[in-house]
Design a protein around this ligand. Structure first.
Ligand code: DSN
Length: 429
């Protein structure tokens, strides 16, 4: 039986818009577009193709997207201080695949963060990197689970001689020690690939490590977590021209054909916003995460990374084992319109992925709609009332969220500033 009513789909879209607008949205990999970027969705670019590079396309009719793409690349080069930018990947995983397809040869040894230690699925043997090699070694971590064990990692690099080491994570609380492994990587000809998907906006805002400056060979990222963009991927590097040409072919035709021009245009608008408001946003986001972590700890939760100040990113990780685990708690919170995801914690075996102990919280979206320290305290209380006191908090969540509707750190916020009052004709009399 096929579904007959298109209106039901339209209704579902409207329902989604209404629902998530009244939720406390804490998924660490999401964010919202500003009104200015979002209002350009659905332009004619949504219908068009532009394979190849600006000025050298395989299609005609691309003059305007060529200009937008060139301007975006120019801005990214300044923002991330790099010589090369690839903006045609349509997701972070797609960008990773473009890179792995050139730098990981069959049977190469590679080193990655394990999934429980926070590694992204595209760094996993079932994900993008696993298409190119099965010789995947986990980067050793310190007993707390959230930091690389540098000595053991250096030992393994010298012994196993990987072609690449992939840094950056999905559960990402603290910077990676790029400089500490730089010398051995250079001596052993190991390329450091840094997946900045989660922290791209914090890097752009100059409140996190600078991977390319610290020694990463290249950086991949998605553009919509702590960055303000539409959902896409990028690759940034200072590598030499010959290697870059291969990355270029990895992106097109290697891992995509058309590159979704509609979202590229929105990403270009979002990049202007990051350039103008990114520093303040990054600072506020990290502070908010630290306040939320501190408050959750005070209210009785097992917040991870406590001895290191909980977090230096937008994320907070909590062990929900005392409360029946991350899967149950994420569902309970969802029932109360607090949206986040269950997450494996570093000490857990891979088989626990469907019922992990942890939850991961990201404050970047709620920071963007203007929540500050006080609001973080209130979110911690609401989570406590729901999880520990077993209260129904949905109505209070919706009421609280209704105070934070507008997207800040954007030109929209400028537009909201009251303009100077003008004298009406009446008052002139
Ligand atoms: N899996 C996403 C996350 O970190 O939530 C990223 O693709």
């Amino acid at each position: 039986m096929y579904e007959k009513k298109v209106s039901e789909i339209e209704q579902l879209i409207d329902d989604q818009n209404r629902w998530r607008d009244k939720c406390i949205n804490l998924i660490a990999s999401e964010n919202v577009l500003s009104h200015r970027a979002r209002s350009r969705a659905g332009s004619d670019f949504a219908h068009r193709y532009a394979e190849g590079h600006p000025g050298e396309r395989y299609y005609r009719g691309t003059a305007y997207i060529d200009e937008i793409e060139n301007k975006l690349k120019a801005n990214l080069k300044v923002l991330f201080q790099c010589a090369h930018t690839e903006v045609r990947s349509i997701s972070g995983t797609n960008a990773n695949e473009a890179v792995f397809s050139h730098f990981v040869k069959p049977n190469d040894v590679v080193m990655v963060n394990s999934t429980p230690a926070g590694g992204h699925i595209s760094h996993h043997r079932e994900g993008a990197i696993g298409k190119f090699t099965r010789n995947i070694i986990d980067i050793p971590v310190t007993p707390d689970g959230y930091h690389m064990d540098v000595d053991k990692t250096i030992y393994l690099i010298e012994k196993a001689r990987p072609s690449v080491i992939v840094l950056g994570k999905s559960l990402f609380l603290f910077p990676e020690p790029i400089a500490e492994i730089g010398e051995v990587c250079k001596a052993c000809k190991v390329r450091i690939i840094y997946d900045a998907a989660h922290v791209l906006g914090l890097i752009a805002g100059k409140h996190f490590q600078r991977p390319l400056k610290e020694g990463a060979f290249l950086m991949t990222a998605s553009t919509h977590k702590t960055y303000f963009g539409s959902q896409r991927g990028i690759i940034l590097s200072n590598m030499d021209e010959d290697d870059w040409r291969k990355i270029d072919r990895g992106a097109f035709p290697g891992s995509s054909s058309n590159h979704h021009l509609d979202t590229l245009a929105q990403m270009s608008i979002a990049t202007f916003e990051i350039m103008e408001f990114g520093e303040q946003y990054a600072e506020d986001t990290i502070k908010n995460a630290q306040v939320l972590a501190t408050e959750l700890d005070r209210l009785g939760f097992d917040v991870q990374g406590k001895e290191f100040g909980y977090t230096q990113t937008h994320q907070v990780a909590v062990n929900m084992n005392p409360f029946h685990g991350g899967e149950k708690i994420s569902r309970l919170l969802e029932h109360n319109d607090i949206i986040l995801n269950m997450n494996m914690l570093p000490h857990e075996p891979l088989r626990s992925h469907a019922h992990p102990e942890g939850i991961r919280i990201g404050v970047q979206e709620m920071t963007r709609v203007g929540m500050g320290k006080q609001a973080m305290g209130r979110i911690a209380e609401l989570i406590k009332e729901c999880v520990i006191d077993k209260k129904e908090v949905k109505e209070e969540v919706n009421r609280f969220r209704s105070k934070y509707r507008k997207v800040k750190y954007s030109y929209d916020a400028y537009a909201e500033k009251p303009s100077k009052p003008t004298k009406s004709k009446k008052s002139k009399k």
